[in-house]
Ligand binder design. Structure first.
Ligand code: AMP
Length: 222
């Protein structure tokens, strides 16, 4: 099954995508993670992308779209994949349609996560990620803290705060871009009848794990 994860920053897209990926074997393709890995490795793509990411701006399509197209050519996507962070604009969605059409494939489900805005900002500010790019585990200092402060439970590497998570300015910019450019995608995919909207919020005591569990049950037909 081919899935797109949608939702503003801090709604838990990465967490939900990670759990579904673990349970189904379909790879989680996070454009943000691919960029961060390239930045850490100092590749040309990473250096270029960092100019935009550090300011909270979108990386241009000339860089992002071929990167995703190449990733979708890899054999592990044959049975299914979970796109996390792509597409982020209508333009990117149309390009994705073209890429998939050439492969006789289509998007089967769009999971749209919603969370009250005050909660998302709080979650972004308290998010910590594993510095080991092969691990990439995500924590939250309030809702899901590591067992030992500052250390990843899974691999023991130090936890860090993403640079674009520590600047209020970059956070606001990213949320602004989400509202103006990414959220119209919900309508784009609703017209195709494939959107499943789920609220993730402490207000209703429903977190990413609950949503992922329900979605997996649906996929497995339980
Ligand atoms: P994320 O980890 O999804 O929050 O992405 C981190 C940053 O990477 C974003 O703020 C953008 O600068 C960049 N980025 C990730 N995905 C895309 C995309 N589909 N198009 C353009 N820029 C992206």
């Amino acid at each position: 099954m081919n899935i797109i994860m949608m939702g503003a920053q801090g709604t838990g897209k990465g967490t939900v995508a990670g759990i579904i990926s673990e349970q189904t074997g379909w790879p989680q393709i996070s454009t943000g993670d691919i960029f961060r890995k390239n930045i850490e490795e100092g590749t040309k793509l990473g250096i270029e992308a960092n100019n935009y990411i550090s300011k909270g701006e979108l990386v241009p399509d000339t860089i992002t779209v071929p990167m995703v197209a190449n990733r979708l050519n890899e054999g592990d996507t044959e049975e299914g994949f979970i796109l996390d962070g792509f597409p982020r604009t209508i333009e990117q969605a149309k390009k994705l349609d073209e890429i998939l059409e050439q492969k006789n494939k289509k998007i089967d489900m769009v999971i749209n996560l919603t969370t009250p805005r005050e909660e998302t900002i709080e979650r972004i500010l308290t998010r910590r990620v594993c510095s080991n790019q092969e691990c990439k585990a995500t924590y939250n200092l309030v809702m899901h803290p590591p067992k030992v402060e500052g250390i990843c439970d899974k691999c023991g590497a130090p936890l860090v705060q993403r640079k674009d998570d520590s600047s209020r300015e970059a956070i606001n910019k990213r949320l602004e871009i989400y509202d103006s450019q990414t959220s119209p995608l919900v309508e784009y995919y609703s017209n195709k009848g494939i959107v499943r909207t789920e609220e993730v919020s402490t207000r209703i005591n429903r977190l990413g794990l609950d949503v992922a569990t329900d979605i997996i049950k649906g996929i497995k037909g339980e």
